[in-house]
Ligand binder design. Structure first.
Ligand code: CA
Length: 463
């Protein structure tokens, strides 16, 4: 069995007798006039099929019989839009029970769904297809007098698939390691280009470094970036969702790059912060070393059996120690380390979480709360105690327990905006260091250390 067949077999094993899963791929999306956005399949669909063509739907029953509807062979259309596998080939190539033309979907799907109780559909995928599914169920309901039974509920297949995707199999971690290797090379390329261009007094803008990243991604076979690259020079590093824009990069600036390629459907996600001219200034290095120590604490806290929130808590403690030691937080006004942590006095300088899941999607699926705490056992807040304007905070005791095969980012940062309360030498310094961590039976494997993080290594690389 190939990995996709194994996943289909596992999904089938999770269905009750008489259940069917309907998993569509993503629709094509128009960008403007006759130009579409580059096509990207739906992650759930690809996870179960390995099939990249649009206009396709997988049907799977509890016996692991799998039916694919896919674009029919059409030599005229293939001249314009490229090769199609076609239903005649698809069943054998993809290890399916049977495949039909997508043109037959509306006429044939009701027959496959008749006499089944529950349909599982990934609510987070293709809303247009959900409407069609409801149409098929209506069509079956109108025939109940002929003796067929209509499905009586649609359940969210993401509940099962998110749990499956949260634990990466060997096929997935192999690809993720390759994606990280490519992204690491791209970061190195951008760092070296940056220092060289400044030495040669060349015009240097943020987008020049983005061009280096994209070139390196593509050169190694990545289909596209996993997300829009951030290349932020100087004060722009303090804008969390900055893109690569046209600001000039100057000697003396720090440059923050948050960029990762996608390879065969899997994301990588790396952030490095480096001095544009290849040498950290004293204050830059103080902030950098603080963030690096926070990341080391996060790495040490990431292991099988730990909570998802442990790396964050470990990072926050080290960052707060640093903020107090550097005089960015003042013990006289902000209190002790424990006060600073308890009252979140660090949030003007560290306002995001340390981790997110990583996989096919850069912010990958998977609950951050232990499943046992989300089911009937978990007490819901009485409405009388509820403040609907406040986001519910995940109680630390409910945090997900890390298991082998989970992949998460470890990405502490500090972002120091100008303020009369903050020593001026730190103004406009923004630092984030982000690596991708695979949880192992023993500790953690960092997938993205092809690009170094230590100050001496970065300076050496850029010299
Ligand atoms: Ca990132």
């Amino acid at each position: 069995m190939n990995p996709f067949q194994k996943r289909r077999a596992f999904l089938a094993s999770q269905l009750a007798p008489g259940d069917v899963a309907v998993i569509p791929t993503a629709p094509e999306r128009s960008r403007n006039r006759d130009a579409n956005y580059p096509y990207r399949f739906d992650s759930y669909f690809y996870y179960l099929t390995g099939f990249e063509e649009p206009n396709s739907v997988l049907l799977l029953n509890d016996q692991a019989e799998s039916i694919l509807f896919c674009p029919p062979k059409d030599l005229e259309k293939e001249i314009w839009d490229g090769y199609r596998l076609g239903p005649e080939q698809a069943a054998e190539t993809l290890g399916l029970t049977k495949a039909y033309s997508f043109d037959q979907l509306d006429s044939m799907a009701p027959a496959f769904l008749s006499n089944h109780e529950t349909i599982w559909f990934p609510f987070a995928s293709n809303p247009e297809m959900k409407g069609r599914l409801e149409g098929w169920i209506d069509a079956i309901s109108q025939k109940v007098r002929t003796g067929v039974r209509a499905p009586h509920s649609i359940k969210n297949a993401c509940l099962i698939l998110d749990e499956m995707r949260l634990i990466k199999d060997a096929h997935e971690t192999d690809i993720m390691k390759k994606a990280c290797d490519i992204s690491a090379l791209a970061h190195i390329k951008a760092m070296q280009y940056c220092a060289r261009a400044l030495r040669l007094n060349e015009d240097l803008k943020e987008y020049h470094l983005e061009a280096e990243l994209l070139h390196e991604f593509r050169r190694h076979g990545s289909e596209y970036p996993a997300y829009t690259s951030i290349v932020a020079a100087g004060a722009n590093a303090c804008v969390l969702h900055y893109r690569a824009d046209k600001a000039a990069i100057r000697s003396g600036d720090l440059v923050l790059i948050d960029a990762g390629c996608e390879l065969n459907g899997y994301a990588s996600d790396i952030t490095r912060t480096f001095p544009a001219n290849g040498r950290f200034s004293g204050p830059q290095r103080e902030i950098y070393d603080c963030v690096l120590s926070a990341q080391e604490a996060a790495i040490a806290a990431t292991r099988t059996g730990a909570k998802f929130s442990d790396p964050h808590d470990a990072s926050v403690r080290v960052l707060c120690e640093g903020l107090l030691a550097l005089g960015i937080l003042n013990p006289k006004t902000h209190g002790t380390l424990e006060d600073v942590i308890a009252h979140k006095k660090y949030t003007p300088f560290y306002m995001h979480r340390t981790s997110h899941w990583l996989g096919m999607d850069v912010h990958d699926c998977g609950s951050y709360v232990e499943p046992t705490h989300t089911q009937e056992g978990a007490a819901s807040t009485p409405w009388s105690d509820l403040d609907p304007l406040k986001a519910p905070s995940a109680n630390a005791t409910q945090s997900r327990i890390l298991k082998p095969g989970m992949v998460l980012t470890l990405e502490p940062g500090l972002y120091i905006r100008p303020s009369p309360d903050v020593p001026e030498q730190y103004w406009n310094i923004g630092v984030r260091i982000e690596d991708d961590a695979l949880v192992c039976p023993q500790g953690v494997e960092l997938l993205s250390r092809g690009v170094p993080v230590a100050v001496a290594d970065i300076e050496h690389l850029m010299a």
